[in-house]
Design a protein around this ligand. Structure first.
Ligand code: S3P
Length: 168
């Protein structure tokens, strides 16, 4: 199967955006980030959208955004952590799960990065959400990568998979 795009999924703060940037560069693809596209189109931050319009409204924007992005080909698309839960993703996408443990994510996230994420306000609630979501991430993924190390230590695992299987 030859896929149109690579879609990165995983929990908040697992490194989808950073991985996506590096991967796109290595594969000579365009990089897009769903949250950034939404922020640009709405002219406000994710936190502001949650605050003023609510989560349901945000989920609608996410579905619209991922639908529009996957009309095109040749991109590496980083999604927000809720996309696999609340949206459907085109089956022409190679879906890669960036699989990091919750404690690793907590250690990695700076205060500033946490502040950008309204659903990370309460760490215990975020942990429950993580546990509730991981099965869905695994089930949806074409391929999962252990992302508990730094990006340079696992990026080649993704690149090798893509080149070996000739899926793009
Ligand atoms: C969310 C994840 C966030 C962002 C929003 C909701 C979620 O993106 O879309 O705060 O429901 O997991 P990141 O996964 O990039 O943090």
């Amino acid at each position: 199967m030859i896929y149109d795009n690579i879609v990165l999924i995983g929990f908040m703060g697992s490194g989808k955006t950073s991985v996506g940037r590096v991967l796109a560069k290595k594969l000579f693809k365009d990089f897009v980030d769903v949250d950034s596209v939404i922020e640009e189109e709405q002219g406000s931050s994710i936190s502001e959208i949650f605050e003023t319009k609510g989560e349901e409204y945000f989920r609608g924007l996410e579905q619209k955004c991922i639908n529009e992005l996957t009309q095109k080909k040749g991109q590496v698309i980083a999604t927000g952590g809720g996309v696999p839960i609340y949206s459907s993703i085109s089956d022409k996408s190679l879906i890669i799960y960036i699989d990091a443990d919750f404690d690793v994510i907590v250690d990695r996230l700076s205060v500033r990065e946490r502040m950008k994420r309204p659903l990370f306000d309460d760490e215990e609630k975020a942990r429950d959400m993580y546990n509730a979501r991981i099965d869905r991430y695994k089930e949806l993924a074409t391929f999962s990568v252990d992302a508990n190390q730094t990006i340079p230590t696992f990026i080649h695992v993704i690149v090798d998979y893509i080149l070996d299987k000739r899926v793009l």
